[in-house]
Write a protein that binds this ligand. Structure first.
Ligand SMILES: Cc1cc2nc3c(=O)[nH]c(=O)nc-3n(C[C@H](O)[C@H](O)[C@H](O)COP(=O)(O)OP(=O)(O)OC[C@H]3O[C@@H](n4cnc5c(N)ncnc54)[C@H](O)[C@@H]3O)c2cc1C
Length: 463
């Protein structure tokens, strides 16, 4: 492997193959940390090298060379993933895709042809210059890359109208583990059968490395309006949320904080006094006006109080601020880890049938109380079916890990899916069998056919 890496350094340039103490601390892990109940070494792992190719051909060359030397490769975009799937196991090569950051917007066809390492924020800025919008607005907007967001099939604040990033992919160039370059021509609707984009959307870099994506853009909305409401009870707030979802908003976010959460939660400034719903609409101005009126009526039917404009503006202005807490300092540590101190916490982001949401909240509360874990909040994001529960406990990571597993098994019992936007990675790998059943064996067959040497990781490999 040493010889292979030296040859790659000659081909790609010494600054594009970093080894030993030239490897920046941030590349030793992603943003999965041990506060979430899994043993993650604070300093991360020790990759053999961080290799940064500058073209699809160079990606192919790296995969061929490392694969032939018996090495293994993990893809990395912005490193903001929170499941550990961009973290390198010891001795693996980190394939840093950040140099593949070209962005070409074609206003006529309304398409963006982008390198996998392009940052979401940069694509959005260039689309805006041409009067277009991508509409993918995750909390990590400034740092996450298109490749990472496609590989986790990420969702953003505007997902109710603009879908997940995977929904916006119409063309792909990818490299298979043996270095074969494959392309799916860009078309908003493909012909029958086999679709290469399925190999890169939501597969966490296990089947192929995306190097270039063609994304479907939309017209910049004539108007975007936000409203905020508070409700007396979770039931009223959730019923209103379901009715408002029928109005086709762009943004939907319901938060319900638990009594007493502030006593343990290191980020108590995020908690709300009453169930709080933010709704956003955007698009053609006359349509937006009609939507706003329908939303007002539906909220009022469930006893909503209107939040002041300043609160709504602050929600929108500060929606990405939390990510600052996750920027790594020179020691590879984040402010979130330092603030959490001995508080361990985790969250379950599940997709469940909408009629199960309120009962799920009650059952989750009972499970957490039995385990003496504090429920911090329930969230509903993008669609009534997409639910999150955040919970915390002081100085007891094992209790957090056990609570996560029990809540996810509850989700599976409801015919739900355990994650809707972050991927599975190391954090949830042990629950893949429970999630997929027999389908997991079919994935393994596809994986073996595409990557017989196992150059790229497998889903669940870290169990
Ligand atoms: C505070 C915080 C808030 C977050 N909020 C959101 C949110 O609102 N919505 C959301 O969806 N996510 C969110 N995330 C999770 C994370 O930001 C997203 O998953 C993001 O899209 C990952 O992009 P990345 O470029 O950082 O990918 P990375 O973390 O670098 O990688 C993620 C996965 O993609 C794979 N990968 C990366 N590039 C490629 C490629 N070119 N080809 C194949 N595989 C590749 C990696 O191997 C890894 O499995 C949040 C994370 C944090 C820390």
């Amino acid at each position: 492997m040493n010889e292979t890496l030296s040859e790659l350094a000659e081909r790609l340039g010494p600054d594009n193959v970093l080894r030993d103490d030239r490897i920046p601390a941030a590349f030793r892990r992603d943003l999965l940390t041990s506060v979430r109940g899994l043993a993650v070494p604070a300093e991360g792992w020790t990759p053999a090298a961080v290799v940064s190719p500058g073209s699809t051909e160079e990606v192919a060359e790296v995969l061929r060379a490392v694969g032939s030397a018996g090495g293994r490769v993990v893809c990395r975009g912005g490193g903001t993933g929170i499941m550990g799937s961009a973290a390198p196991p010891d001795g693996w090569v980190v394939l840093d895709l950040s140099r593949l950051d070209a962005i070409d917007i074609d206003a006529t066809s309304r398409r963006a042809r982008v390198g996998a390492g392009a940052r979401i924020a940069a694509v959005e800025a260039k689309a805006d210059d041409k009067g277009l919008v991508l509409g993918h607005d995750p909390w990590t907007f400034e740092i996450a890359t298109v490749g990472g967001a496609v590989a986790t099939d990420g969702l953003g604040y505007l997902g109710a109208r603009y879908g997940s990033l995977g929904d916006r992919v119409i063309g792909v160039t990818a490299v298979l583990a043996d270095g074969t370059v494959v392309t799916k021509r860009p078309a908003v609707k493909a012909s029958v059968g086999f679709d290469l984009s399925a190999w890169v959307i939501g597969t966490e870099g296990t089947l192929a490395v995306a190097t270039e994506l063609v994304l479907d853009l939309r017209e910049r909305p004539e108007a975007r309006r936000l409203r905020g409401y508070s409700f007396a009870t979770l039931e009223a707030a959730f019923t209103a949320t379901c009715r408002i979802a029928e109005v086709d908003p762009a943004l939907l976010e319901l938060s319900v904080s638990s009594p007493g959460a502030g006593s343990i939660w290191p980020f108590a400034d995020e908690l709300v006094d009453r169930p709080t719903l933010f709704v956003g609409v955007d698009g053609v101005i006359d349509v937006v006006k009609g939507q706003l009126e329908a939303i007002r009526q539906r909220a009022a039917e469930h006893g909503a109080e209107i939040l002041p404009g300043a609160a709504v503006e602050a929600f929108w202005r500060d929606r990405h601020a939390v990510v600052e807490r996750y920027r790594k300092d020179d020691d590879g540590m984040t402010e979130a880890e330092r603030r959490a101190g001995d508080v361990a916490f985790d969250f379950v982001h599940a997709a469940i049938p909408r009629d199960a949401v309120v009962p799920f909240h009650g059952e989750a509360r009972r499970i957490l109380e039995r385990r003496r874990v504090t429920m911090i909040e329930l969230g509903v994001w993008v669609a009534p079916e997409l639910v999150s529960i955040v919970f915390a406990k002081r100085a007891d990571r094992a209790a957090i890990a056990a609570a996560t597993d029990e809540l996810i098994r509850l989700v599976h019992g409801l015919d739900g899916s355990m994650e809707y936007c972050h991927g599975v990675g190391r954090r949830l790998a042990h629950l893949l069998d429970d999630e997929h059943g027999d389908a997991l064996a079919a994935y393994v067959r596809v994986k073996r056919a595409l990557d017989p040497r196992g150059v790229l990781p497998s889903l669940g490999e870290w169990v």
